[in-house]
Design a protein around this ligand. Structure first.
Ligand code: COA
Length: 218
């Protein structure tokens, strides 16, 4: 699985894949997770955070989507600033060097894999690789609390921005996660991700990270 960086400057290359992606999000979040407020008549799960500034990391095998993640700059409206401000005691994070991660998923038949690197780990390593490539210092994430020990167990430094709150009967918490080479190397080594995974079709070479070998980053 390669993880493609899709942004406004190269999204013309991915029109059909993005169409499939928004329909898949409907399947995963509306149908499977039953997040009914996301339902739209056209059965595409698209919200106010899917804008020109949003970056998509999509794990593809050929033209099939295996996993996905969305990154939104915190200088723009985010889940944390607009929908869940109560999760951050000191107000929303708004910094040019911090992006919010959301909508992480793996297609159903590729979850819980044991042989080789899990798609779930690869997509998260890809987010860290992307963050390093464009010079971020942190991510924010609004997450269901069950995910927090998983972040820590993959060697990431996550700090709560406030207390967990029950939202739709699910304990939910906002965290910042440090973006640095160590975090990238830790997830690669702990989760058998062999190295850089990002594909930068038609994007400026200057942004691509110089990451090569996870051991070298420790
Ligand atoms: N509530 C509580 N625990 C959950 C969960 C949920 N909604 N979804 C997954 N988990 C737990 C599983 O119980 C499992 O624990 P176990 O290993 O002790 O059995 C563990 O997380 C791994 O989940 P699994 O789905 O088997 O595999 P994965 O690690 O490959 O994928 C996700 C994890 C979250 C990417 C995948 O379950 C997914 O795509 N879910 C739908 C999208 C989603 O809910 N994303 C998170 C919010 S944006």
């Amino acid at each position: 699985m390669d993880v493609h960086v899709i942004r406004h400057d190269n999204r013309h290359l991915y029109s059909q894949i993005l169409e499939d992606y928004f329909r898949l999000r409907h399947q995963i979040y509306v149908v499977e997770r039953k997040w009914a407020e996301l339902e739209r008549p056209d059965k595409r799960e698209v919200d106010q955070f899917d804008t020109e500034e949003t970056v998509y990391l999509l794990g593809l095998e050929g033209r099939s989507i295996i996993a996905g993640m969305r990154l939104v700059p915190t200088t723009a409206p985010t889940l944390l600033s607009e929908l869940f401000p109560g999760l951050s005691l000191n107000g929303p994070v708004r910094r040019t060097d911090v992006y919010e991660l959301s909508r992480i998923f793996v297609v159903k038949n590729r979850r819980g894999e044991h042989a080789g690197p899990r798609a779930e780990a690869v997509i998260q390593a890809a987010a860290m690789e992307y963050g390093l490539s464009i010079g971020l210092s942190a991510f924010t994430i609004v997450l269901e609390s069950w995910w927090l020990p998983r972040l820590l167990d993959q060697g990431w430094v996550a700090r709560p921005l406030g207390l967990p709150i029950e939202i739709d009967s699910m304990s939910t918490v906002a965290v910042t996660v440090e973006v640095n080479e160590r975090a990238w190397a830790e997830i690669c080594l702990r989760r058998s991700v062999p190295g850089p995974v990002l594909v930068w079709q038609d994007l400026p070479v200057i942004e691509r990270s110089a990451l090569r070998e996870p051991f070298a980053a420790l």
